[in-house]
Design a protein around this ligand. Structure first.
Ligand code: AMP
Length: 427
C-alpha cells in the first residue's frame, strides 16, 4: 500500500514511525512533515488547505489511503473532497467533524442524548452572555465555539475574568471562532483522554492516556498544546473506561449515525473524572498530541489494517492489542512557548539521547539544515520512553532529556508525577 500522512507534529511523527513498521506499506509519504518524519517517510510539500492539490498528488502516486493528523483539514472537509474523487481517507467527514469544529454543536448533541457533560448555554452577543454570568458562580468556563488553536478556552476564576473573556471573543480576538460563545459549568476532578477508533457504528477503545496542559511544573502557568503525556492512566480502570464508552462515546456514535453523518476516525473524548463519574469536557476528532506518541509506543498491533477497517466500516470483527508496559513523553519547547518562540536554534545530542534503552524521540517543530537539526516552532521535541512502570519510563525519558544540548529549549520536570499520586491513592 501507498499511504499519505498529513501533518507536521509529534503526533504525525509517531504515526509515521508506527506505520513505517507495517509490512503492508510500500511507500509512506508525509506532507509537510518535519525533520524527524523525514527519517520514516518521503516528505512532500503540499498545502493542506488545498484539497485539490492533495487529491492530485494521490492520483499521481497511487495513494491507497490518506491519514489526516490535525483537526484543521478535517473540519474544513478534506475527507469529503478526497473521498468524492475516489481517494480513501481515514478521518471523519466535515459534518461529523463538527464535534470539534463547533463546541455548541457537540454540547447540543450531548444534551439531546443525555450524555454527561457540564451544564452550558450558547451565546451570540456579549450582553446576554454577561447577564448569564451574573446568574452563575465562579469558577466558570468561557469557550469560543470554533477552532482556536488551543486558545479558545478560558477557565475564569472571577466574574471579571469571565467577562473579559466574553469581550475578547466577541470583539474578534479569536477571529470567527469566537463569533459564538459557550459558557459552561466548571467541572472538578482529574482529566483523562479517552481515544476510540470508530467505523461509524463500532468503537474500539485504545489504551488510556493523559497529558499535562499547563506550561510550568505543578500544573501552573498558561495552557499549552500539551507539555507531556503518559499511558496507562492508573485512574482509568477498565470499569471506568467501559462506563465512559457506554455513556459517552457509543451514544455519540449512535446519534451521528441517526443524523446521517456517521463518525469514522479517531474520536478523542476529553473527560473529567468527577465525583459523579466521567463527564465529557470536549470532543476532538483526531489523535491528541502528545497522547498519540505514548499510544503508538504501546500499540502492539499493526496500525494500518486498523485504519483501513475503520474507514471501510468493518471494525466489528477487529481487535487491537497494547503492550502492558508504560510509556511517557516529555515535550521540549523553545523558551517563550506558548508565547512567541524564536526559530533557528541548533539542537545537539539527539543521537546520544535516542541511544538510551527504551527511548524514542519524536520531532514536532524541527527542520533539517545539512546535518544539523534546528528548532522550527514552539513545541519542538517529544522525548519518549517505555519501561515496565511510569516511574521507570520517566527516569529514562529525563535521562534522555539531559543528553540533549539545546540551551534555547525547556521542558517540565514533573511529567507523570500525577500518575504516581493516582497509583498511591488507588492502592
Ligand atoms: P478544551 O480545549 O475544551 O479541552 O479545554 C482546555 C482545558 O480547559 C481542558 O483540558 C480543561 O483543563 C479545561 N476545561 C475545559 N472545560 C472545562 C470545564 N467545564 N471544567 C473544568 N475545566 C475545563
Amino acid at each position: 500500500m501507498n499511504i499519505l500522512l498529513l501533518g507536521s507534529g509529534g503526533r504525525e511523527h509517531a504515526l509515521a514511525w508506527k506505520m513505517a513498521g507495517s509490512p503492508l506499506v510500500d511507500r509512506l509519504f508525509c506532507a509537510p512533515g518535519n525533520a524527524g518524519i523525514g527519517n520514516e517517510a518521503e516528505l512532500v510539500n503540499l498545502d493542506l488547505a488545498d484539497p485539490g492539490a492533495v487529491a492530485g498528488f494521490c492520483h499521481a502516486h497511487g495513494i491507497d489511503l490518506v491519514v489526516v493528523g490535525p483537526e484543521g483539514p478535517l473540519v474544513a472537509g478534506i475527507v469529503d473532497t478526497l473521498e468524492s474523487v475516489g481517494v480513501a481517507c481515514f478521518g471523519p467527514s466535515q459534518a461529523a467533524a463538527r464535534l470539534e469544529g463547533s463546541k455548541g454543536f457537540a454540547k447540543d448533541l450531548c444534551h439531546a442524548h443525555a450524555i454527561p457533560t457540564a451544564a452550558y448555554e450558547r451565546f451570540t452577543a456579549a450582553a446576554l452572555a454577561k447577564a448569564y454570568l451574573r446568574s452563575q458562580g465562579v469558577p466558570i468556563v468561557v469557550k469560543a465555539d470554533g477552532l482556536a488553536a488551543g486558545k479558545g478556552v478560558i477557565v475564569a476564576a472571577t466574574r471579571a475574568e469571565a467577562e473579559a473573556a466574553v469581550d475578547m471573543m466577541f470583539s474578534g480576538g479569536l477571529g470567527t471562532a469566537g463569533a459564538e460563545v459557550v459558557i459552561e459549568e466548571f467541572l472538578e476532578g482529574e482529566e483523562v483522554s479517552l481515544f476510540a477508533l470508530c467505523d461509524g457504528e463500532t468503537a474500539i477503545a485504545l489504551a488510556s492516556a493523559a497529558d499535562h496542559k499547563r506550561v510550568l511544573d505543578g500544573d501552573r502557568g498558561p495552557n499549552t498544546g500539551g507539555m507531556g503525556a503518559y499511558s496507562p492512566v492508573p485512574l482509568m480502570t477498565p470499569a471506568r473506561e467501559r462506563h465512559a464508552m457506554d455513556t459517552i462515546v457509543l451514544p455519540t456514535l449512535r446519534a451521528l449515525k441517526a443524523m446521517g453523518t456517521p463518525y469514522k476516525g479517531i474520536l478523542f473524548a476529553g473527560l473529567m473524572i468527577t465525583a459523579d463519574g466521567p463527564k465529557l469536557i470536549e470532543y476532538n476528532v483526531r489523535f491528541g498530541d502528545p497522547e498519540c506518541q505514548v499510544l503508538m509506543l504501546r500499540l502492539m498491533s499493526d496500525l494500518v489494517p486498523a485504519l483501513v477497517a475503520a474507514r471501510d466500516g468493518v471494525l466489528k470483527s477487529f481487535d487491537l492489542r497494547f503492550y502492558p508496559h508504560a510509556a511517557l513523553s516529555v515535550v521540549m519547547a523553545t523558551r517563550g512557548y506558548p508565547g512567541d518562540s524564536p526559530k533557528g536554534s541548533v539542537i545537539g545530542g539527539l543521537t546520544e539521547a535516542a541511544a538510551i534503552d527504551g527511548v524514542e524521540i519524536f520531532h514536532a517543530g524541527t527542520k533539517r539544515e545539512g546535518d544539523r537539526i534546528l528548532a522550527n516552532g514552539g513545541r519542538v521535541l517529544n522525548v519518549c520512553a517505555v519501561a515496565p512502570s511510569i516511574e521507570a519510563a520517566r527516569e529514562r525519558a529525563y535521562a534522555a532529556v539531559d543528553k540533549i544540548r539545546w540551551p534555547e529549549g525547556f521542558c517540565r520536570r514533573d511529567i507523570g508525577a500525577r500518575a504516581s499520586k493516582q497509583t498511591a491513592a488507588r492502592d
